[in-house]
Design a protein around this ligand. Structure first.
Ligand code: SAH
Length: 504
């Protein structure tokens, strides 16, 4: 027997948070990940960098690989002594052929484990505000395939029994057959007034729900395409009161985030929690400066510095990494005072157990000058600013003018990101994106470069551009981007507040 092993893992219905902890562990460890159409691609980000990723998606009748080819592929990979994660939407054994794949592995003497997932018939109604059982309405709940060929002479589904014998009925793969399903249920005695919901892409930001009765649902759900779950039963009525997911503040809204990949998470998470579809489109990436010598020299002579001024989280990271790289540590900073532009930069410093001595009330360079001035700390003092290569010259110039000595040092570089997702331009043009956010001047500048200056007029009346603060707004305006609103507090939470306000 080989030492290869296969994990048949349920990826859940789409919301990445609905993957099990065990499922995530499998994804993080697997040598090979073989995944389907219904698996949310975001989950694959947790795979190892060197993992082999194989898409075997089936979409309607378009099969990338036939089932027996998939089975063979899994076996072949496992025979190379690899650990294979066979990732399937929902639960692997609910209309997912997990059982068939497991039997095939058994025949081939390959060990396997099965990790259940949250299946669509439970998750998608819940996210549409429909509990699948509810004491007053039903004590039974069935999961049924809606995929049966209606022309088949003998149905495997006993329509007479399920139509009246079960309270809540859920149909997988039933979009095309919806008229047939409805007809069978009514023919076998289910009341025409029974409430029905059809839920497409449940638990995702683009979840879509249509309701009606057995009499009206075919007409009402005409425009709904697969993948969707159909749920039939009195429980559907509860949606009127319990529709929590689609009622979140930003549900149905699509928002582009242009920050660098490593800074995106806090912002994305906040927007996702409010229900938005977040489109990550990093326009900048952070790189080391061409030469560390100036920064190194400053660090070696740090005793001569009175104030360290940080205007970004990246500046903090780069400075402290460099201290360490030079064989020093924070003990060498004794006596140096610290100023941080805003709450995120401050937090990065206090996370190192260092106090921040000066926090300006507004999160712009002008406010730093005011704050230091009112502390009487500018004249005669030596300032060190580990900043980006493209940082504004206002702060060092102003401090110098007020009698300070300033070392304005490049601690990191901001470079234009490689565009990965150019489909975004089509979406910007067709109006399916609501907001594009800019969190710094360079995000605005690079956005225009990547999208193309010539395309800006065509998208300007289809999408709203929002800015984190006055400097970014000014840059954006110079670039021809019409800023619809600016954050009142110049922070990510401030930007989130203004997004909510704009979209209400
Ligand atoms: N193993 C999966 C089901 C696979 S069959 C599970 O346990 O959920 C494919 C069908 O599942 C689709 O046609 C659709 O009916 C349903 N489905 C899966 N994910 C869905 C989702 N996010 N929203 C709506 N229906 C979904």
């Amino acid at each position: 027997m080989s030492s290869g092993i296969v994990y048949l893992v349920g990826a859940g219905p789409g919301d990445p948070g609905l993957l099990t902890v065990k499922g995530r562990e499998c994804i993080q460890k697997g040598d090979v990940i073989i995944y389907d159409y219904l698996v949310n691609i975001v989950l694959i980000n947790d795979a190892r960098k060197d993992a082999e990723l194989i898409y075997v998606g089936k979409q309607g009748n378009q099969h990338t690989l036939e089932q027996d080819e998939i089975n063979q592929l899994i076996v072949d990979k496992a025979k190379e002594n690899k650990s294979i994660v066979r990732l399937k939407g929902g639960d692997p054994c609910v209309f997912g052929r997990g059982g068939e794949e497991a039997l095939f592995l058994l025949e081939n003497n390959i060990p396997f484990e099965i990790v259940p997932g949250i299946t669509a018939a439970i998750a998608t109604p819940t996210y549409a505000g429909i509990p699948v059982t509810f004491r007053r309405y039903t004590s039974t709940f069935a999961l049924i395939t809606g995929h049966e060929d209606p022309t088949k002479p003998d149905s495997d589904i006993d329509w007479a029994k399920i139509s009246t014998g079960i309270g809540t009925l859920t149909f997988y793969m039933g979009v095309k057959n919806l008229p047939y399903i409805v007809e069978q249920l009514v023919k076998h005695g289910r009341s025409k007034d029974t409430p029905v919901a059809v839920i497409r892409w449940g638990t995702r930001a683009n979840q879509e729900t249509v309701t009606g009765t057995l009499e009206s649902i075919v007409e009402n759900a005409k425009s709904i395409k697969a993948p969707a779950i159909t749920i039939v039963g009195e429980v559907v009525k509860l949606r009127e009161k319990l529709n929590w997911f689609e009622n979140r503040k930003l549900f149905g809204k699509s928002i582009v985030v242009t920050r660098s990949r490593d800074q995106v998470s806090e912002f994305s998470e906040k927007l996702t929690c409010l229900g938005a579809e977040v489109i990550e489109f990093p326009t900048i990436s952070i790189a080391e400066p061409d030469d560390f010598t100036p920064l190194d020299n400053e660090i070696k002579n740090i005793e001569g510095t009175d104030w360290l001024v940080f205007t970004s989280v990246n500046g903090v990271d780069s400075f402290f990494d460099r201290i360490f790289a030079l064989g020093k540590d924070i003990r060498d900073l004794k006596g140096v005072k610290i100023c941080a532009i805003g709450p995120a930069t401050s937090k990065r410093i206090t996370d190192l157990h260092l106090n921040v001595d000066c926090k300006p009330p507004k999160y712009v360079a002008e406010s730093i000058v005011e704050a230091l001035k009112s502390m009487g700390e500018i004249k005669g003092n030596k300032f060190l600013m580990p900043r980006a290569d493209i940082a504004r010259s206002f702060l060092p110039e102003e401090l110098k003018a007020l009698g300070a000595t300033v070392s304005d040092i490049v601690a990191y570089k901001t470079v234009i990101a490689e565009p990965r997702n150019l489909k975004i331009l089509d979406r910007l043009k067709d109006g399916s994106i609501d907001i594009v956010t800019f969190t710094s001047s360079s995000t605005a500048r690079n956005f225009v470069k990547i999208i193309g200056e010539e395309n800006i007029p065509a998208i300007s009346d289809k999408v709203r551009f929002l800015s984190i603060g006055p400097i970014t707004t000014e840059t954006a305006k110079e670039l021809g981007l019409n800023i619809a609103a600016e954050a009142e507090e110049y922070t990510i939470p401030g930007l989130v507040d203004i997004i909510i306000k704009e979209l209400q």
